[in-house]
Design a protein around this ligand. Structure first.
Ligand SMILES: [Zn+2]
Ligand SMILES: [Zn+2]
Ligand SMILES: [Zn+2]
Ligand SMILES: [Zn+2]
Length: 257
């Protein structure tokens, strides 16, 4: 299983197709050569400009093993738990929990945010970003039909929360699984079409709380699923995790006000 994953990640990158514009490294939407970003954890790949990354942000993201927005984990604790409190740096595209970042971020920033190492980097400033992004707005609109079919996110959802969180209707369709029993978890995956795999959740006694703690490696290599269904099952789990952390943060906000 591990071997096949690694093989997937090393497919010939020069011929890889951008998830957004469906062209390769030689042509971005402006018809120019543009280095692509490859997620270190999944099959996602894209021209930085197709995700509305500024040139500064693209250069930073290309300089380390990048994670797509779905796979993004905190650069400090390396987990994706409590997605609602994860901040995305607009200078380097790394993610941090508000309380993992040094110094701790107490109030959620509005708009763009730089992590402390980018703040201290004289080559990176927020002024670089806004203008370049505005220039891309019209392009993005004209590609929106393609984006829908490819399932990619149309905007750079950098600033405060991961993309799924900004889509309320989608969140509302996803149940809060926090208090599910293992049998209910199995039932959910049966209904989602994973009849063969669902029983494993019951056998392994994965209830709602354990489900919310599952990591990608647990699902892809820790359980006995084939890679194809494993990746799809993990997508469902991420949605459930986001939905429940979203609900928790609503509760917290309501409690405070
Ligand atoms: Zn592209
Ligand atoms: Zn990814
Ligand atoms: Zn963290
Ligand atoms: Zn940064």
């Amino acid at each position: 299983m591990m071997k096949s994953l690694r093989e997937l990640n090393t497919v010939d990158r020069s011929r890889a197709i951008c998830d957004y514009c469906l062209q390769d490294v030689t042509h971005n939407r402006q018809g120019e050569f543009e280095e692509m970003l490859f997620c270190k954890d999944c099959d996602a790949k894209a021209h930085p400009s197709c995700m509305k990354y500024s040139s500064t942000l693209a250069a930073q993201a290309l300089s380390y093993p990048w994670q797509c927005v779905e796979c993004k984990t905190c650069s400090s604790c390396f987990t994706a738990r409590d997605g609602a409190s994860i901040l995305f740096c607009d200078g380097c595209d790394k993610a941090y929990h508000m309380l993992c970042h040094e110094p701790e971020v107490i109030t959620k920033p509005e708009g763009k945010w730089l992590c402390s190492s980018c703040l201290n980097d004289p080559g990176i400033s927020l002024e670089d970003f806004s203008e370049e992004e505005n220039g891309l707005e019209s392009d993005v609109a004209s590609f929106s039909s393609e984006l829908q079919t490819s399932g990619a996110n149309s905007t750079r959802l950098s600033t405060v929360s991961p993309p799924v969180n900004s889509n309320h209707s989608q969140i509302n369709n996803i149940p809060d699984s926090t208090n599910w029993t293992a049998a209910q978890v199995a039932e959910y995956f049966t209904n989602a079409g994973f009849t063969k795999q669902a029983s494993v959740f019951a056998e392994e006694e994965i209830d709602g709380k354990s489900l919310l703690l599952l990591q990608k490696t647990d699902v892809v290599s820790g359980m006995t699923f084939k890679l194809g269904p494993a990746v799809k099952i993990y997508e469902h789990i991420v949605k459930l995790q986001r939905a429940s952390s979203r609900k928790r943060s609503y509760h917290q906000q309501n409690g405070m006000s």
